[in-house]
Design a protein. Structure first.
Length: 150
């Protein structure tokens, strides 16, 4: 068993979104990738975790998963920059907007982790630097625990 639950959570979300998002131009990355980022994309980062409630440490963690959907603020041949951003953002939210997202994640048999909760929380929107990139940060509130890696 590995205690690197956050990294397994990131990998599970990358796999899930790669499978569920039908937009063929979206790219998905884990938060600590060394890959060159290509837009439009979503970067998945599980940066904050804590024990569940007042329970003593048992491996189950409340994990805030930040999914940053990013598009360059440029038009394509068929869409304005705003439409491109809307399309990318909508495709990721549609995949996540499940009443039992944790079951969908578990159905993929993710390596090293099992989920008992996953639901969309806060969403924030901003821009980032040069080139100008629009960013929609979708927080997914999860509870996940390590599972034996075979």
């Amino acid at each position: 068993m590995s205690w690197a639950v956050e990294e397994y959570v990131e990998d599970a979300f990358v796999d899930y979104l790669t499978r569920e998002v039908t937009a063929d131009t979206m790219n998905f990355y884990s938060g600590w990738t060394a890959e060159e980022i290509k837009y439009p994309c979503a970067i998945i980062h599980a940066g904050v975790s804590r024990n569940v409630g007042d329970a003593p440490f048992n491996g189950a963690r409340e994990i805030d998963v930040q999914i940053a959907v990013q598009t360059e603020a440029v038009a394509s041949a068929t869409q304005t920059a705003r439409q491109r951003n809307r399309t990318a953002r909508d495709s990721v939210l549609t995949a996540l907007a499940q009443t039992e997202l944790h079951k969908d994640l578990n159905a993929m048999n993710p390596k090293g982790v099992v989920f008992s909760r996953a639901m969309i929380g806060d969403i924030t929107r901003s821009t980032d630097g040069e080139p100008r990139v629009w960013v929609s940060e979708i927080n997914v509130e999860t509870i996940a625990a390590p599972e034996d890696v075979t």
